[in-house]
Design a protein around this ligand. Structure first.
Ligand code: PLP
Length: 399
């Protein structure tokens, strides 16, 4: 029953998946392989510029669309990394992280009761964002074992109420970087049913083994007119606490996004926007170094998990993977509880990434981005725990 004075859509939001495990993780000093929080600070130049802005009077409302200098920096970055021309005056909104960017994108492009297709497994915030906007999530199951997005699955989820697709690429939690064939399928379905495509591209700079990052902004320009591309400063710039992201869309859609954004946050913190704008273009050599480092961590994690008995589809991008627990003799909720208390490793049980939590019982999500000095011992403890636990089972079962 909905508690008195609480809206149905608020009461209906499930608690975020890790809530039950965090107290044990904190009490036991577990290594966090659940959340994608890397070590390291934002670039010093941004911190200095933000601090200077706080001292020198950038403390009142700024332009709700976002500081023009920051929009220019985003456009310059997209031009350099993807070869696209974006008009910072009419096609960009600076949002409070990608999280607000996604919310305003869904509100601006759907009406209450409209349906939004979400590939499943999903980033756990996505269905809630759609529901808070008054729309209805419809799940499109990625087919295993390599989590592919197919035209058949997309088409069979479309109804007369479908208005949009929300695609995260590279994908949290599976580590997929969707390829040309999948984008061709997406294009066909979006065109056939005149759908908006909202892409969550917070991991756009993290694709591995030389794979390209595909997007309506860049490699699939045919989708650009019907798309809202949502990006973030949280990941590549290591400033998730600053809450800075952006949306890019054609001018009429951007006008709608700005209009909603004026009613959600009326702008993100002005001094922090000054700080981020001072960075200008990312140093591509630094981006390459970070990507190569994360690719090495990915390899370490995949090898460690396989050694421990999990099945793993090697991530093509992003900061996470889903490891299959089917051969380990217990569901992922029980396994996650065991790992946090006995192996001192926090992992995310798969239930949060599926509409029916039971579908997640064969998966746990692991973040790739902790330092190697933490990753290696944590993976050893997981393997040690599992081999010890299976030994104990064998011994108990022995005559
Ligand atoms: C897929 C995805 N989208 C959005 C976010 C949130 O991004 P931001 O910090 O820009 O709100 C995250 C954070 O982990 C994420 O994994």
């Amino acid at each position: 029953m909905t508690p008195r004075h609480l809206s149905r859509r608020t009461a209906g939001l499930p608690p975020l998946g890790l809530a039950a495990l965090l107290p044990a993780a904190r009490a036991g000093g577990a290594t966090d392989l659940a959340l994608g929080i890397p070590t390291g600070d934002p670039p010093a130049a941004a911190v200095e510029a933000a601090a200077a802005a706080l001292r020198t009077g950038a403390n009142q409302y700024g332009d709700p669309a976002g500081l023009l200098d920051l929009r220019i920096a985003v456009a310059a970055q997209l031009a350099a990394a993807r070869g696209v021309t974006v008009d910072p005056e009419r096609e960009i909104v600076i949002s409070a992280g990608a999280t607000e960017g996604l919310l305003i994108a869904v509100i601006a492009t759907t009406d209450p009761g409209d349906e939004v297709l979400i590939p499943q497994p999903f980033f756990e915030n996505h269905p809630g964002v759609v529901e808070l906007a008054g729309a209805v999530p419809r799940f499109v199951t990625l087919t295993g074992p390599d989590w592919r997005l197919t035209e058949e699955a997309l088409t069979s989820a479309v109804t007369p109420r479908t208005r949009a697709v929300l695609l995260n690429n590279p994908h949290n939690p599976t580590g997929r970087a969707f390829d040309e064939a999948e984008f061709a399928a997406l294009t066909a379905v979006c065109e056939r049913h005149d759908l908006v495509l909202i892409t969550d591209e917070v991991y756009d700079r993290f694709t591995y083994d030389g794979r390209p990052h595909l997007s309506p902004l860049g490699s699939f320009p045919v989708l650009r007119d019907r798309s809202v591309v949502v990006g973030s400063f949280s990941k590549a710039r290591r400033m998730s606490g600053w809450r800075l992201g952006y949306c890019v869309a054609r001018p009429e859609i951007t006008a709608g996004l700005r209009s909603v954004h004026e009613r959600t946050t009326l702008g993100t913190p002005h001094p922090l926007q000054r700080g981020a704008a001072a960075l200008g273009m990312p140093d591509e050599a630094e981006v390459d170094t970070a990507r190569a480092e994360f690719q090495e961590r990915r390899d370490l994690v995949c090898a460690g998990l396989r050694r421990a008995g999990f099945t793993v589809h090697t991530p093509e991008g992003g900061w996470f993977l889903l490891a299959g627990t089917a051969g380990l003799g217990r569901g992922s909720s029980e396994l996650a509880r065991e790992l946090v208390t006995r192996a001192k490793v926090l992992v995310a049980p798969g239930s949060s990434f599926f509409a029916d939590p039971a579908d997640g019982e064969d998966w746990i999500r692991i973040a790739l981005v902790r330092d190697r000095t933490e990753l290696a011992p944590a993976l050893d403890r997981v393997a040690g725990h599992l081999s010890g636990a299976s030994l104990a089972v064998t011994r108990r079962g022995a005559p």
